[in-house]
Design a protein around this ligand. Structure first.
Ligand code: NAP
Length: 531
């Protein structure tokens, strides 16, 4: 059957795209590999999973009634509550009936004769649509490292990014945790609570700020709801899509006492805000050092064993240039007698046996292994589908030297295809929910404009995409982000992946202005054609 639109994904971006398609009166099919809605919040149901952006900001703004009706219980919502919210949204706007769940897209090709995308699925179905909206997520293609001997391991194996529905029971078990990014840091204290022993295998330490989570009071909720319009107005063109701003003065211009106070305040506010205490913190190494030294002093305070504390302090990146983590008692977990840290930079893993992990120095018995080893981020979900354009151009070839996009949304040679929250957009550096809304609104305005003109095909011009991609790289070059050697922002966590800084660091508001300008300028940079 031919649809106007196919939406791949039922996470924040996919559900909103589905809602926009339905309200625009378009015929639409949604496809998602999961058994239900939720996207990343469907899969990442590991204990401790929680958002590091405040719940009242990390939620849709497009419908006032939805915003008024839904009441977040905590400052930083946990995975079950976010999933419940997305299920509520799906029901409230009657979105589920448009989806084929439990279905993966295995390939997609643009058929020049019919001017449609033809999509093949894991269930053997073939669907066609004029427009293909890939809300496939930037952190969804799971990285499953092939540790030597892993197939011999006789115990249980889990991935935080594909956690089973039925919660595993680690009581009395010796658990090995591989990976110490945001997911590993969140899950570790919870694993330690039930396991007989927890061994954390750490290749690269990360900085983490404690999450000062607490329930919202009734009074706060009343005031938040009354002030929602203003809160959203302040977020609309803000650097990160949230109402928070940094100190106005560069770190060096603030006297040391005031500087320490600003850092203390940001540290106690929690979340990712700490990496933006000063406006120059991510562009000037001296300013970054001030914040980095403050954070490192906190780690030394929190961890009793000074050798373990030093091992937990990152050595390979300025603070904030890899996603700063947000934790609940992570550092204190290493003060527990049954928890140990293995520094893989000192003793790399050489193999896995039936019941242990072996490093160059020792053998660590494990009944269960938990991999919090991240994702083939930003590009992986789309290159695994590997869409093919009308002239036979495959995405994996088009992006062999790094992703090339126009506004992080469109890819030359792949007409009528939109990559939501993809490389070249601020996505992972901003409030993902408002980011999804602005991108989806832009895409549907473009579809309406194309149809009003009688155009059947819209495509990014190669020179416009090259210019945007150069701009993305140039903005990043002026920051400290490019110094983070092991960052997934650069694709450095995946063997063989071209190292290119993928997100747009120019800020959410600036990005939005670029998108507005293109639309107001008759979509300069795009080619409209009719068949
Ligand atoms: P990640 O940041 O990529 O961390 C993966 C970890 O696994 C790293 O410590 C990595 O070490 C390690 N690793 C990978 N392959 C390995 C191997 N073969 N051997 C040993 N260690 C290996 O992934 P993540 O923790 O899932 O987080 C990804 C992103 O998701 C975050 O940055 C954040 O944006 C988002 N997230 C957010 C939240 C939240 O809102 N609180 C929670 C979870 C995730 P190297 O660094 O050396 O590669």
């Amino acid at each position: 059957m031919r649809h106007d639109v196919i939406v791949i994904g039922a996470g924040f971006a996919g559900l909103y795209a589905m809602h926009r398609a339905v309200t625009a009166g378009l015929t639409v099919l949604g496809i998602d590999a999961a058994a239900g809605v939720g996207g990343t919040w469907y899969w990442n149901r590991y204990p401790g999973a929680r958002c590091d952006v405040e719940s009242v900001d990390y939620s849709y703004s497009f419908d006032d009634d939805l915003q008024r009706e839904w009441t977040w219980t905590e400052r930083f919502a946990a995975q079950p509550e976010i999933l419940a919210y997305l299920e509520h949204v799906a029901d409230r706007f009657d979105l589920r009936r448009h989806y084929a769940f439990g279905t993966s897209v295995t390939s997609a090709a643009f058929d020049a004769d019919s001017g449609t995308w033809e999509v093949h699925t894991s269930t053997g179905m073939r669907h066609r649509a004029d427009f293909l909206l890939c809300a496939t997520g930037c952190l969804s293609a799971v990285n499953r490292p092939a540790l030597p001997g892993i197939e011999e391991f006789a115990g249980e194996v889990y991935y935080t990014a594909a956690w089973p529905d039925e919660a595993p029971d680690f009581t009395g078990k010796h658990v090995g945790l591989v990976g110490t990014g945001s997911s590993g840091i969140q899950v570790a204290p919870l694993l330690a609570d039930s396991a007989a022993s927890l061994t954390v295998f750490q290749r690269s330490p990360n900085y983490s700020v404690p999450m000062p989570n607490r329930p919202w009071t009734d009074d706060e909720i009343r005031r938040l709801k009354a002030g929602y319009a203003e809160r959203r107005r302040r977020s609309a063109y803000a650097p990160a899509g949230t109402p928070h701003t940094s100190q106005t003065k560069p770190a060096a211009e603030v006297d040391p006492h005031e500087r320490a106070e600003a850092l203390r305040q940001r540290w106690s506010q929690g979340g990712v805000l700490f990496s933006k205490t000063f406006p120059d913190q991510l562009t000037d190494l001296a300013a970054n050092d001030v914040a980095r030294e403050f954070a490192e002093a906190r780690i030394r305070e929190l961890v009793v064993d000074p050798v373990v504390a030093e091992d937990l302090i990152p050595v390979d990146h300025p603070i904030g240039t890899k996603r700063i983590c947000t934790d609940t008692g992570y550092y204190q977990t290493f003060n527990r007698d049954h928890v140990s840290l293995v520094n893989l930079r000192r003793e790399p893993i050489i193999g896995v046996t039936a019941d242990s992990v072996r490093t160059t120095i020792a053998e660590y018995p494990c009944d269960a292994l938990v991999f919090a080893t991240g994702f083939d981020a930003m590009t992986g979900a789309l290159t695994r589908i590997d869409p093919v354009g009308p002239d036979g151009d495959r995405l994996s070839h088009l992006w062999a030297d790094g992703p090339v996009t126009f506004l992080g949304l469109m890819i030359p040679h792949l007409p009528n295809l939109f990559s939501l929250s993809g490389p070249g957009s601020p996505s992972v550096l901003a409030n993902m929910v408002l980011h999804a809304e602005i991108q989806v609104d832009w895409v549907f305005a473009l579809i309406a404009a194309a149809r009003a003109e009688g155009a059947t095909q819209v495509e990014a011009r190669p020179d416009a995409a090259d210019a945007w991609t150069r701009h993305v790289a140039e903005v990043a070059e002026h920051t400290l982000f490019v110094r983070a050697d092991s960052s997934w922002y650069l694709g450095a966590n995946i063997d063989g992946k071209k190292r290119v800084f993928m997100p747009y660091v120019g800020g959410f508001g600036t990005y939005r202005t670029h998108c507005d300008d293109v639309a107001e300028n008759d979509y300069a940079g795009l080619v409209f054609t009719s068949r």
